[in-house]
Design a protein around this ligand. Structure first.
Ligand code: ATP
Ligand code: MG
Length: 119
């Protein structure tokens, strides 16, 4: 299993859009993909509810349960984790669990400013 966490402390950076598109692209490529939504706003989980298919599966989870949830997904090849817009414990848990961390950012100064370390 490969785990990809999508993180950014900036809201609206494109985390959920990237996560759901990667999960669908993986599935369309014949890869067993799944999406874990760690954001309490549950945008990705709501997206999953509106779809007419259960593939890729979308699991709404809490950071404290992430490792247990991942253990139950041993048949999945690629897991994409959507996170809330903050450098919180949830983000740290998602980053620690990941093989790859993606930080979406648009080429605009407000987005690029958020990449600098915050005190
Ligand atoms: N690559 C992109 N190009 C243009 N618009 C985009 C792109 N990615 C996302 N958007 C749009 O930007 C808005 C915010 O995207 P999204 O919800 O994915 O961000 P987010 O980082 O998950 O937000 P939040 O921090 O609130 O969870 C949406 O309207 C989405 O359609
Ligand atoms: Mg989001």
């Amino acid at each position: 299993m490969r785990i990809v966490s999508i993180v950014s402390q900036k809201g609206g950076a494109g985390k959920t859009t990237l996560a759901v598109n990667l999960a669908v692209a993986a599935t369309n490529s014949g890869i067993k993909g799944a999406l874990i939504d760690l954001d309490p706003q549950a945008t990705a989980a709501n997206w999953g509810d509106r779809r007419q298919t259960a593939i890729p599966s979308v699991i709404s989870a809490q950071a404290a349960r992430l490792l247990q949830v991942l253990k139950q997904m041993s048949e999945i090849d690629w897991v994409f984790i959507d996170t809330p817009p903050a450098i919180s414990n949830t983000t740290i848990v998602a980053v620690r669990a990941a093989d790859i961390v993606l930080v979406p950012s648009r080429a605009a100064i407000f987005d690029l400013d958020t990449l600098a370390p915050q005190s």
